[in-house]
Design a protein around this ligand. Structure first.
Ligand code: NDP
Ligand code: GDR
Length: 355
C-alpha cells in the first residue's frame, strides 16, 4: 500500500512542527504550507527538513496562505492528501483584538476555503480533515470542567473566528459527508511555544533573570487559570482523531487547572527562587523571597478587553473512544520549558527556540 500523504497548514508553528515529526515517524509523506516571510520562519522544522537535492525527501514545503483560495485549491490538487490538518491560524488571542478582520479571514474563512477546496476537487470521499478548534470557544464557561457538549460563548475575535470554523467543519461533515473532525484542544505548550504566549514568556524571563540578563518580568492577568498540557501529547491526539472509525469532535485536555501565578512560582522555583507576592491589583509585585529583588510586575497593557478566567477540560470521550490521555503533567512541563530556555541562553546568550 502506498504511504499515506498528509497536508499540514501552519507547519512552521509549534503544533505543526511536532505533528510533522510524528507523521514522518509514522511513515507519512508530509506536505507543509509555509508563509512567505522576509526573514526565516522555518526554525522549528529545520532539523527535519532535508534538502530536495539530496533525495529521500519525505517532507515538502510549499508557499501558501489561508487567505488565498486559489493557492489552497492548487496545493490540495497537487499533493492529493489523505489527511489535512488545518493548524494554520492567527493564534494569539490578544493580537486578535488588534487585527480582528485579518483573524477572521485566516481563522474562519481560511477553514472554509480548505473545505471548499476538498469539495471543488471532489475529494470528499478521500480526504480526512482535522480542524484545530480550541477551548477558547467556551469563553467564561457555563460549566466546569468543559466537555464536547458544553455551550460555546466566545470572548475574543479569535474565539469568534474559531467558532465559525468549528461549525463550518461540522456542517461540511453533515452536508457533504466529508470526514471532518474538530479537536477542541486546551492550552498546550512546549519549549518551542511562541515567545509571546504567557508560558513561554515566563520561562524565557526566568532563564534571562537567572543569568542576570533581565531584571523583571511584566505580566497582565496573573489570576487567569488554564489547563496546560504538552504539545507532544496533543499532536498524537490530533492523529488519533483522524484515525477513528467516524468523524467526530473531541476535547483534549489534562483535566487540571493552574493559574498564571502558579506557573510563575513553579518556573522561578526551577532556579531556586521563591516568589513572594505583595501589593494589590496593578501595584502587585512578585519579589524574590530571599533577596527582595522584584521579579514580576503587572503591566495593564497585557490586560485584554475581555479575558477568559478559567478553562479546564474533561477529555473522557477521547480517552474512551481514542485511548488518548496526556502523559506530561504540569510540573514536568514547566521544568522542561525552563530547562530548555536555560540551555538556549547558555548556548548563545539568549533564550532561544522558534517563533
Ligand atoms: P502557532 O501560532 O505556533 O502557529 C500558527 C501557524 O499558523 C504558523 O505556522 C503560522 O505561520 C501559520 N499561519 C498564521 N497565519 C497564517 C495564514 N494566514 N496562512 C497560513 N498559515 C498561517 O500556533 P500553535 O501551533 O500553537 O497552534 C496550532 C493551531 O491550533 C492554531 O490554529 C491554534 O489557533 C490552535 N490551537 C492552539 C492551542 C495551543 O494551546 N497551542 C490550543 C487550541 C487550539 P508563521 O510561522 O509564518 O507565523
Ligand atoms: P491563551 O494563551 O489566550 O489561553 O490562548 P496565552 O498564553 O496568550 O494567555 C493565557 C492567559 O494568560 C494571561 N496573561 C498573559 N498572556 C500573555 N500572552 N501575555 C502576558 O503577559 C500575560 N499575562 C497574563 C492571559 O490574559 C490569559 O488569560 C492560547 C493560544 O494558543 C490560542 O491559540 C489557543 O486557542 C488557546 O491557548 C487554547
Amino acid at each position: 500500500m502506498a504511504d499515506k500523504v498528509a497536508l499540514i497548514t501552519g507547519v512552521t508553528g509549534q503544533d505543526g512542527a511536532y505533528l510533522a515529526r510524528l507523521l514522518l515517524q509514522k511513515g507519512y509523506v508530509v506536505h507543509g504550507i509555509k508563509r512567505r516571510s522576509s526573514s526565516f520562519n522555518t526554525e522549528r522544522i529545520d532539523d527535519i527538513y532535508v534538502d530536495p537535492h539530496e533525495g529521500g525527501v519525505r517532507l515538502f514545503l510549499h508557499y501558501g496562505d489561508l487567505t488565498d483560495a486559489t493557492n489552497l485549491i492548487r496545493l490540495v490538487q497537487e499533493t492529493q492528501p489523505d489527511e489535512i490538518y488545518n493548524l494554520g491560524a492567527q493564534s494569539h488571542v490578544q493580537v486578535s483584538f488588534e487585527t480582528p478582520e485579518y483573524t477572521a479571514n485566516a481563522d474562519a474563512l481560511g477553514t472554509l476555503r480548505l473545505l471548499e477546496a476538498i469539495r471543488i476537487l471532489r475529494l470528499e470521499q478521500k480526504v480526512r480533515f482535522y480542524q484545530a478548534s480550541t477551548s477558547e470557544l467556551y469563553g467564561n464557561p457555563f460549566e466546569v470542567p468543559q466537555h464536547e457538549t458544553t455551550p460555546f460563548r466566545p470572548r475574543s475575535p479569535y474565539a469568534a473566528a474559531k467558532l465559525y470554523a468549528y461549525w463550518t467543519t461540522v456542517n461540511y461533515r453533515e452536508a457533504y459527508g466529508i470526514f471532518a473532525s474538530n479537536g477542541i484542544l486546551f492550552n498546550h505548550e512546549s519549549p518551542v511555544r511562541g515567545e509571546t504566549f504567557v508560558t513561554r514568556k515566563i520561562t524565557r524571563a526566568v532563564a534571562s533573570i537567572h543569568r542576570g540578563k533581565q531584571d523583571a518580568l511584566y505580566l497582565g492577568n496573573i489570576d487567569a487559570k488554564r489547563d496546560w498540557g504538552h504539545a507532544r501529547d496533543y499532536v498524537e491526539g490530533m492523529w488519533r482523531i483522524l484515525q477513528h472509525q467516524e468523524a467526530d469532535d473531541f476535547v483534549l485536555a489534562t483535566g487540571e487547572a493552574h493559574s498564571v501565578r502558579e506557573f510563575v512560582e513553579l518556573a522561578f522555583a526551577q532556579t531556586g527562587r521563591t516568589v513572594h507576592w505583595q501589593g494589590q491589583g496593578v501595584d502587585e509585585i512578585g519579589a524574590d523571597a530571599s533577596s527582595g529583588a522584584v521579579l514580576v510586575r503587572i503591566d495593564p497593557r497585557y490586560f485584554r478587553p475581555t479575558d477568559v478566567d478559567l478553562l479546564v477540560g474533561d477529555a473522557s470521550k477521547a480517552k474512551a473512544k481514542l485511548g488518548w490521555s496526556h502523559t506530561t503533567g504540569f510540573k514536568e512541563l514547566v521544568a522542561e520549558m525552563v530547562r530548555a530556555d536555560l540551555e538556549d541562553i547558555d548556548a548563545d546568550g539568549r533564550p532561544g527556540g522558534g517563533s
